[in-house]
Design a protein around this ligand. Sequence first.
Ligand code: AOF
Ligand code: ZN
Length: 375
Amino acid sequence: MASGVTGAVDPIHDERFMAAAIRLSRRHLGLTLTNPAVGTLIVRDDGAGPIIVGRGITALGGRPHAEAEALAEAGVLASGATAYVTLESCAHHGRTPPCAEALVTAGLARVVGAASDPDPRVSGRGYEILRRAGIAVTEGVLAERAADQMAGYLMRSIGKRPEVTLKLAVSSDEMIGRQSEGQVAISGPVSRRQAHLIRAESDAILIGIGTALADDPELTVRLPGLEDRSPARIVIDREAQLPLGSKLVLSAGQVPTLVAASADAPAERRRALEAAGVRLLATEILDGRVALPELLEDLAARGISTLMLEGGAGIARAFLAEDLVDRLALVSSPVVVGGQGVPAPVTADRVPAGFVLVRNAVFGDDTYTEFVRRR
Ligand code: AOF
Ligand code: ZN
């Protein structure tokens, strides 16, 4: 149906505008605390083709919601228009009034939604408010793509733990490093910048104490313009051995540093780390190791929705063995590690059962492949 002069957009454009709304929302990934980064576009067609009249992303810190931002920009032009929302609009009175009601008040003719919201205050009710008010609703347009981008929010809501991404750079001889050597350059400069982008979009990065001691990494985002997007750094460090002179401890005042240590770790070590600004996470120890499911539950309770694993092989194997990896971000490089190599726990040709390819790209001399676990 041609939309004529009513303002409503022809449904043939739905996927295109939803894709644009999803791309828009990516800007605030990692910046909306426990809220998902939602995107909203308000589009109208007065006979000359569709025009975007309002854009919104869930604001920094999680509020206002995306719809409120987009409606503020559209003003009176929202009346009779179509809204594209990457998540079902909310139905609850939180710190802001329900977005579904705001869309009704603004006089939208049609609302197109992507992912559904598992939040029991919203689930199904947002669409119901819209339909009762006579707004035409189309659900589930590019739902998988939208859900993939807000996988952290969905995992934290449903699974009560963060979404875990294992990032690995794998050499052509299927190694991820060299025994008792610090960082070995496996990925090239383009891949390294892309890895920093994943960091910027994550809530936290986790490594083991072995990697912390061997590499003394900083784990910050060092992309021009995104230096303030460094996520929290977490070290699994049962005995609280992280050196006070390490880059992680020295920068704890600027970027949060957390250490998951046993309650039995030497008290003076724990105190010294705390005095240096490190936060200690009380962890359960099972068979001599930090209990990972409980640690993840604790991180989710602290508001962490996305967790990136950056090293080393032991941590990767432990999370894989407990089926706690949701996403694999693999860089395959032409570099040869040779003798004393640390074998890769997974490679692009050898992913555990249940993982499916969602993305691939060429990053300079490297190949990037991303897989997600279908549960
Ligand atoms: C929307 N648009 O942009 C977002 C939504 O604590 P509150 O009041 O901000 O509510 C949090 C819930 O709101 C969150 O669990 C999710 O259901 C929804 N997020 N909803 O309509 C948005 N970010
Ligand atoms: Zn809302």
